[in-house]
Design a protein around this ligand. Structure first.
Ligand SMILES: *Cc1c(COP(=O)(O)O)cnc(C)c1O
Length: 382
């Protein structure tokens, strides 16, 4: 029998032994920017807080453990985390990226790295033959997101990792939507995991942060160098908030998944809903892959409203428990219209989303209240 502590135990204890001086059971928020040395170069592991900070070290140990990674690095935002991974590229290098990756990922690749000589191809990552065809001698990264935002497409992490490795490239997975509780990309063959900890890992809509995890020691050393050299580190209070959020990740995710199922049951039966996009539905094209690579189907649900843009916009304005807002992954339920909100900048591009699309981040309130709220919003006249 394995004696390794379970996921929930590691979420609460990894990197978080009681404080050796005071016995405090909660990791202190270490505000010090500098740490005393007993002699030149002799110290307790910390010198200057950009390079290393005890609260950040606890967070890095904890999330690395949850992802099954040898090393974890925390950042000031999800985009800062993505940035250090992309900074390992040089002019002439090529990236393969999914057609519905997070908008900020497209923005940084096309507006920041492309002018510096990095090339990229966007490909439907559900089509492994198309991915193989897009690989070039200079391809260094295959950038994967699953489930995707906002269409909740599922792609095969193991299959894409194999293709990346056959071509000498690394497979990066943005695991923000699934979290390590539901999906562990490194176990499936991926090389790097990135997170926006702003979402489920923080889980309470009160902190912006990012994370990178890897078991590739050479890459970890390069990323740690960049973390210190570039300096997009999270402050100690932010690290504390994410660490606190992660302690309840497992119980929150169970409830997010359970509530999403209740909401999906209403939506699939409702005459004003044309289509429900949720990987837990047997008719979802990625359902079989999701069943194998995820422990459950997550708390994100998208759907197409009968009618068009006006009907969808009217609907998102009528909920009372679901708050009309961007972002996702926190305890409170959110509703949004991607076409006019999170994905407005995609209009006219291949990333454009249907204008009758509504996205829900199903929270952990009482399931019946969420269902009743959506039912009244759907049943009200426009
Ligand atoms: C929010 C998000 C990001 C960016 O993270 P920030 O913390 O906002 O910088 C990256 N990927 C996904 C999937 C996200 O949802």
């Amino acid at each position: 029998m394995s004696t390794d502590p379970g996921f929930e135990t590691r979420a609460i204890h990894a990197g978080q032994d009681p404080d050796p001086v005071t016995g405090a059971v909660v990791t202190p928020i270490s505000l010090a920017s500098t740490f005393a040395q007993t002699a030149v170069g002799e110290h307790a592991g910390f010198e200057y807080a950009r390079t290393g900070n005890p609260t950040r070290a606890a967070l890095e140990t904890c999330i690395a453990s949850l992802e099954g990674a040898a090393r974890g690095l925390a950042f000031a935002s999800g985009m800062a985390a993505e940035d250090v991974v992309l900074r390992t590229l040089r002019a002439g290098d090529h990236v393969v990226i999914g057609t519905d990756a997070y908008g900020g990922t497209f923005r940084i690749v096309s507006k920041v790295y492309e002018p510096m000589g990095v090339t990229w191809t966007s490909v439907d990552l559900t089509d492994l033959d198309a991915v193989r065809a897009a690989m070039r001698a200079e391809t260094r990264l295959v950038w994967v997101e699953t489930p995707t935002n906002p269409l909740l497409t599922i792609v095969d992490i193991a299959g894409l990792s194999t293709i990346a490795h056959e071509h000498g490239a690394r497979c990066v997975v943005d695991n923000t939507f699934a979290t390590p509780y539901l999906q562990r990309p490194l176990d499936l063959g991926a090389d790097v995991v990135v997170h926006s900890t702003t979402k489920y890992l923080g889980g309470h809509s009160d902190v912006v942060g990012g994370f990178v995890a890897t078991s590739d020691h050479e890459l970890a050393a390069e990323l740690a160098f960049l973390q210190n050299a570039v300096g997009a580190i999270p402050g100690p209070l932010d690290c504390y908030l994410v660490l606190r959020g992660v302690k309840t990740l497992a119980v929150r995710m169970d409830r997010h998944c359970q509530n999403a199922r209740a909401v999906v049951a209403l939506l699939t039966e409702h005459p004003r809903v044309a289509k429900v996009l949720y990987p837990g539905l047997p008719n979802h094209p990625g359902h079989d892959i999701a069943r194998h690579q995820m422990a459950d189907f997550g708390g994100m649900v998208s759907f197409l409203v009968r009618g068009g843009r006006d009907e969808a916009i009217a609907l998102v304005g009528r909920t009372r428990v679901f708050t009309l807002a961007e972002s996702l992954g926190a305890v409170e339920s959110l509703i949004e219209h991607p076409g006019q909100m999170t994905h407005l900048s995609a209009a006219g591009s291949p990333l454009e989303v249907p204008d009758n699309l509504v996205r829900l981040s199903v929270g952990i309130e009482t399931a019946g209240d969420l269902v009743t709220d959506l039912a009244q919003a759907l049943d009200s006249p426009d």
